[in-house]
Write a new protein. Structure first.
Lengths: 191, 191
């Protein structure tokens, strides 16, 4: 494991090497193969995942039986099914590895014990959730104001690496396109 | 001021009366008249608001010059423009009182000082933001799965008091209807 998680923590709180060593002992490193599910619909979400290598996505199966992707997490992002994780109720979503992925796993029990023992991590998570919520609010505004086609071009501008790594049918699912419509937009934007 | 804020804090953390007395000293009570703006687009959002009486809404003005409501806060909810509040950059949203409203105001400076002096409030805000984000994720899923008309009926079922208090043109703005279309749906659901 590299020190990306330590770097991430230090963006928000100042932590000694000794305290970090204690913090990291609450986590487990785990590997998932491409298309492997970390969580299935109907299961209780028992962990939060910090991506150290790879990509995760969250999706649900809609009324037509089609997978609807609602969220991606690349390196240095957290992913969990927050409602299920907090309330320990069955999840309405799946979490799946988009490519071979390495994560730091924080189980719910370890999460609670760690926060009791290390209040500095309360600040860290407060900052992470505050920023995550702020980003969700901005995405929401963007979706009200712009067409899905504009959203694709915005994506292409600010997250080019992300668009290259994620299979096109998942980008289409996230943006609510059919794969054919996405191909058409891509052709138009290249020509 | 009643003790609704104390009750809200005690849902998430155990706090002594002495500590609460210190916490509350960081806040100011403020009253806003119906349709008064707490924040304008382009201003830096300098405070977070906890609603003790009344309703706030967040909106932006879209490309067609029309107000688009994205969020409401009733009693015991927090409201702020999170991105602007964190980064102290100009806000992309307005915050406005829907009816005569009483709020507890936590200015950004007081927010930072309070969190330094009372780490227990880090836990409180971590829990609040975690739940706020979880709720946003569920709303997002609901919007993917259901028509706006279904969203209105869902609203009517789980938040009847809210629908009675908020003027219909704001409900329409939130759901992305024209006021005429909302009237039509209401007529259909009564008959």
């Amino acid at each position: 494991m590299d020190d990306s998680f330590k770097t991430h923590i230090n963006k928000f709180v100042k932590m000694s090497d000794d305290e970090f060593a204690k913090i990291i002992s609450y986590f487990k490193v785990q590997h998932f193969k491409k298309k492997e599910n970390l969580l299935n619909e109907g299961q209780v979400c028992k962990a939060s995942y910090f991506v150290t290598k790879g990509i995760l996505r969250k999706f649900f199966i809609n009324g037509k039986g089609v997978e609807q992707t609602t969220e991606f997490a690349i390196e240095n992002w957290w992913m969990t099914e927050t409602f299920s994780f907090i309330n320990q109720t069955p999840s309405e979503f799946f979490i799946q590895a988009v490519e071979n992925t390495e994560v730091l796993v924080l189980h719910r029990d370890a999460h609670d014990k760690m926060l009791d023992a290390h209040p500095l991590m309360e600040k860290y998570f407060r900052c992470v959730y505050q920023r995550t919520y702020a980003a969700a609010q901005r995405r929401n505004k963007f979706r009200y104001e712009h067409s899905r086609e504009e959203l694709y071009h915005f994506f292409r501008k600010v997250q080019p690496e992300f668009l290259q790594r994620v299979p096109q049918y998942l980008v289409a699912s996230y943006l609510g396109f059919t794969p054919e419509y996405l191909s058409e937009i891509r052709r138009k934007s290249i020509s």
